[in-house]
Ligand binder design. Structure first.
Ligand SMILES: C[S@@+](CC[C@H](N)C(=O)[O-])C[C@H]1O[C@@H](n2cnc3c(N)ncnc32)[C@H](O)[C@@H]1O
Length: 261
């Protein structure tokens, strides 16, 4: 079932041209961005979205994404009135409130790309860990020891709950706080470090270096115009660079895998 086809039930031809052609689904919540010109029809758009299988709640994206916790407001458009859900992905389950914590359902395959590289016995550090999808997806599939740091207390609460939900609580140590304070207090060096803060993660490379060995592999996420620009921003011994999603018309999310050498 195509969204645009469904929207023909409630929108005219000109309205259809500016209508969204896709939406995200987190658990059983559909999340849609609606242009201001279609605001008067937003409830009707919501009603159509409820026709999709397994969708029980419709939320509309509002305002900008906040600087620190990377969260935003959502307006309720229809269905069950709630913002908490259970999202299932790659054999893992994540409980979360979409308005209180960051979560993207578009990164599962990128997380799987990382999982495939992880070897038995690795010690892994996840900075900017959110509700734990990187740490949990890896721990569910590999015998590893993971440390993870997150500053948003609500994300940490869900993260800890999600480690239990996925039965990996013995493999992951969750730290609540600012990476700038927590990382220097760690007494460990890591085999792999994951840095999923594409807005300005490159400003935290000094911290990654502090807990790296010569061959530690760093996976850093970066917003850039091109692969070349992403690699240039890092300027280290780059192993690989992949595009993993778009941010805006000109800017994509890249993951640069590198070592400090
Ligand atoms: C883009 S989200 C990624 C979350 C998670 N890794 C995921 O993929 O769902 C970035 C996360 O970093 C957290 N964060 C931002 N600055 C931080 C800091 N200085 N120390 C620790 N966590 C931070 C935010 O609260 C947010 O949850």
């Amino acid at each position: 079932m195509k969204l645009k086809e469904l929207l023909k039930n409630v929108l005219g031809e000109e309205e259809l041209e500016i209508a969204p052609s896709s939406f995200d689904v987190v658990g059983d919540i559909a999340i849609i961005k609606i242009p201001p010109q279609l605001e008067k029809k937003e409830k009707k758009i919501g009603e159509q979205l409820l026709k999709f299988k397994n969708v029980k709640t419709i939320l509309k994206k509002e305002g900008k994404v906040g600087e620190e916790f990377r969260i935003r407001k959502y307006k309720f458009l229809g269905g069950e009135k709630r913002k908490e859900t259970l999202h299932k992905e790659y054999g893992c389950r994540y409980k979360l409130n979409i308005e209180k914590v960051y979560f993207s359902p578009r990164l599962g395959s990128e997380r799987e790309r990382i999982v495939k590289q992880v070897k038995k016995g690795e010690k892994i550090l996840v900075l900017f860990a959110g509700i734990g999808p990187y740490a949990i997806q890896i721990a569910k599939n590999r015998e590893v020891d993971i440390y993870a740091i997150e500053i948003n207390p609500k994300a940490v609460k869900y993260f800890k709950e999600n480690t239990k939900l996925n039965k990996v609580e013995n493999k992951i140590k969750v730290f609540e706080g600012d990476v700038r304070e927590v990382v220097p207090s760690l007494k460990e060096k890591f085999d792999r470090i994951i840095m999923p803060l594409p807005k300005d993660g490159e400003n935290f490379l000094d911290l990654a270096k502090l807990v790296s060995k010569k061959n530690t592999i760093i996976h850093i996420y970066i917003f850039a115009n091109s692969r070349g620009e992403a690699i240039k921003k890092i300027d280290k011994k780059v192993i690989n660079c992949v595009e993993c999603g778009t941010y805006s018309r000109d800017i994509s999310r890249y993951c640069v895998d590198f070592t400090f050498g």
